[in-house]
Design a protein around this ligand. Structure first.
Ligand code: PLP
Length: 395
């Protein structure tokens, strides 16, 4: 009798991944980084130094330290948040995760049950939308303007969920360099949001993944810092965008008893210690210079992409200049469905994120598109955008 393991798979699995076909010539998807600006020499030196000094600690889980993660890295994150975002955090309020994606999973595991209400920005990170769909929660999209979450609409949604007897578990927001819109929520708006939330038993999940790559305005304090209760906000950050995504180093910040509860769900015996040691060693003396250099390169690439879009699409595409980060969020005329161009574009070596996947309401997002300028070179941006406009032929 032949054996077929498929028969043993549990119910409800997501569709299997397609086969890996490599990164195409014009890859405008995902959150990849600028290759030329991975600080290879600095990371190599840091790795050598830290290996020689502390390599033997790898003999024990968590380097023999706290399950919250490598102490030097947690200390660095506290310094970084203080200096860059006027945010005061203690080392026992930081948990190192395997990328911030693990942070998203842990917070969802802590808070969500099928049928729960959650509020997210109407356009938001596709990786979060797919997670929430899989968890069977009810996702409400809050309107965005150029300053991020609209407080009035947030108030309406909070009231609606409460009236149903199921207050929203959290508001998931990416306030500083929103993904995909690239906006940055000013201080006043942050205070407005906290004010609106004050009467509700709803947490805030603040994702600051791109915050170290801000060029358009001074960085406001985090919602975590501005929250008086100190328990409403759970914050997450990452070194994926500021150093390199393949390192898989992210972090959660929360009041320490919340982190202790989250730790009970983090059953991986600690995130990779070597990358934590290398990032801590490198970042202690190089992070600010590196982030400044990378941000200016990304700013230039954003300008190249903006010019290329204007040239190739003319009035057919509208967008706001991002305040930082690696994405451009385009809106096309109402009758355009960007998803239909995916296959033809892929045949020509172009990948883009159709707006539907980054929108709570896929119909609302159908005429939108997210383009990432982080990884492709300036020449690839020019050529790929021109080619994409030819495929879409909207003129
Ligand atoms: C808003 C946001 N959060 C989290 C992540 C996950 O990043 P990582 O797990 O690499 O830290 C991404 C990745 O693109 C993102 O855009």
């Amino acid at each position: 009798m032949s054996f077929d393991i498929d028969n043993l798979y549990r119910e409800g699995l997501p569709a299997p991944e397609g086969e890996w076909t490599g990164i195409p010539a014009f890859s405008f998807v995902g959150g990849n980084n600028d290759e030329a600006n991975v600080p290879v020499a600095g990371l190599a030196e840091a790795a050598t130094r830290v290996f020689q000094r502390e390599g033997r600690k790898l003999a024990v889980y968590n380097l023999g330290g706290s399950p919250l993660g490598h102490e030097a890295l947690r200390n660095f994150i506290c310094r970084k948040l203080d200096i860059r975002a006027d945010t005061k955090v203690e080392p026992d309020e930081v948990l190192i995760t395997s990328g911030s994606l693990q942070g998203l999973d842990l917070v969802n595991d802590l808070l969500l049950e099928p049928g729960d209400n959650v509020i997210v920005e109407e356009a938001t990170y596709g990786g979060m939308i797919s997670r929430l769909t899989r968890l069977g929660v009810v996702v409400h999209g809050v309107h965005l303007d150029e300053h991020g979450v609209c407080p009035d609409h947030l108030g309406e949604l909070l009231a609606q969920c409460s009236a149903e007897g199921r207050p929203a578990k959290y508001l998931y927001t990416i306030p500083t360099v929103q993904n995909p819109t690239g906006s940055c929520m000013p201080l006043e708006r942050r205070l407005d949001i906290l004010h609106v939330m004050a009467g509700y038993q709803t947490a805030i999940f603040e994702d600051d993944c791109y915050a170290d790559l801000l060029w358009g305005c001074p960085r406001p304090p985090t919602l975590w810092e501005l929250d008086d209760s100190k328990t409403r906000v759970i914050y997450c950050g990452s070194f994926s965008k500021s150093i390199a995504p393949a390192l898989r180093v992210g972090y959660l910040v929360a009041e320490s008893s919340i982190l202790q509860q989250i730790l009970s769900l983090k059953t991986d015996a600690g995130s990779g210690a070597l990358e934590q040691m290398v990032v801590a060693e490198y970042a202690a003396s190089h992070f600010d210079d590196h982030a400044e250099q990378l941000t200016s390169v990304l700013h230039e690439k954003a300008q190249v992409m903006a010019e290329s879009i204007e040239e190739a699409f003319g009035d057919a595409a509208s967008f706001d200049m991002p305040q930082g980060g690696i994405f451009m969020w385009l809106t096309f005329p109402e009758d355009v469905d960007t998803g239909v161009f995916g296959a033809e574009a892929a045949r020509k070596g172009i990948q883009f994120n159709a707006g539907a996947g980054w929108s709570v309401d896929p119909e609302w997002g159908a005429n939108k598109m997210r383009l990432c300028f982080g990884n492709p070179t300036a020449d690839a941006i020019r050529e790929g955008v021109k080619e994409l406009a030819e495929i879409m032929d909207l003129s």
